[in-house]
Design a protein around this ligand. Structure first.
Ligand code: NAD
Ligand code: MG
Length: 297
């Protein structure tokens, strides 16, 4: 059994702050994180829960999306990932990891804030994989500001388009292609429930994702499709060092959680697997917090 799965104190299981300041340009690369993030490369063990499924994961190159891609492939799914062209080095590693698991991997670079790209994504994935059973809407943009006056219309618009419009476009097209038994998983945030002033536009989109997920659930289940959301707390990914938070916050990232440390992407993968698999057959319209004890009520 991998060390990660041995019984142990979870507070001490992964690195805790202080971390070094580590600015990098958005969207950021996971390979530049110090310490390195754990996406389950050496420790995720699949048990065939997604045998033969076809999955599309937006933002599947790094962070939470990468951990989900690795887990899905090891559970037996073929995987398409979307990401920005600047993230090709991270994407190449994920493609290799999916192929090492013996599954088909499809890379679809492009900007999800562009409507035609977002609408094409599920069609491309279904064409290349031979169907679409799982959609993970995980791509997200987060840029922090020191005060409300500094937020420009362009920043506001980019955040809305990347986090909300892309969700609408991609989900609308995917649902047309999906068979009964399929599953959609959105990625919201603890920010939907406990928003920070410095990222209020981001928090607004995350609250929108919660509402969208709950509202769509009752319609999609009429087609036998489930939709749920995962709401993470502080997770060690490129999102925060690359502009999502100030470097001062990065230095103490996750230090305020009950665990005294941030979560690692691999710690979210099992919930994405549950929600995608037939084990989640009675679960729809739910929001799963993985917040490090902050709660989402
Ligand atoms: P990440 O940077 O590794 O992943 C985000 C991905 O979004 C990027 O890899 C990128 O491929 C994609 N993306 C961003 N803008 C895009 C665009 N215009 N077009 C195409 N792709 C684009 O960081 P992550 O933390 O793994 O983020 C994944 C999700 O988790 C996001 O929705 C984020 O809001 C959410 N989340 C993260 C945290 C955290 O602390 N890291 C907390 C709560 C929620
Ligand atoms: Mg990335």
């Amino acid at each position: 059994m991998p060390d990660r799965l041995q019984m142990q104190d979870p507070r001490k299981q992964h690195p805790a702050p202080p971390f070094a300041k580590q600015p990098q340009p958005a969207p950021g690369l996971t390979r530049r994180l110090t310490p390195a993030a754990d996406h389950g490369e050496d420790s995720y063990v699949g048990t065939g829960k997604l045998e033969g499924r076809k999955a599309l994961i937006t933002g599947g190159d790094s962070g939470i999306g990468r951990a989900v891609a690795i887990a899905y492939a090891r559970e037996g799914a073929d995987v398409a990932i979307s990401y920005l062209p600047e993230e090709q080095p991270d994407a190449d590693e994920v493609i290799a990891l999916v192929e090492q698991a013996g599954r088909k991997a499809v890379a679809i670079p492009g900007d999800v804030a562009d409507e035609s790209h977002s609408r094409q994504l599920p069609k491309r994935a279904a064409f290349e994989l031979g169907g679409l059973d799982i959609l993970v809407v995980n791509a997200g943009h987060q840029k922090s500001f020191s005060c409300f006056d500094d937020v420009t219309s362009t920043d506001f618009d980019t955040t809305m388009r990347t986090n909300l419009y892309a969700l609408f476009w991609t989900t609308q097209e995917a649902a047309k292609l999906m068979p009964p038994g399929a599953s959609i998983i959105t990625t919201s945030s603890v920010q939907a429930y406990d928003p920070s002033t410095t990222i209020l536009h981001y928090a607004t989109t995350k609250a929108g994702i919660v509402a969208f997920t709950k509202a769509l659930a009752s319609e999609l289940i009429k087609k036998g499709i489930r939709i749920n959301s995962v709401a993470p707390g502080p997770i060690w990914t490129p999102l925060n060092p690359s502009g999502g938070s100030s470097q001062e916050k990065v230095e103490n990232f996750g230090g305020g959680s009950a665990f005294g440390r941030p979560g690692q992407p691999v710690e979210l993968a099992p919930v994405y697997v549950l929600l995608a698999s037939q084990e989640g057959s009675y679960i729809t319209g739910e929001i799963y917090g993985i917040t490090g004890g902050a709660g989402i009520a």
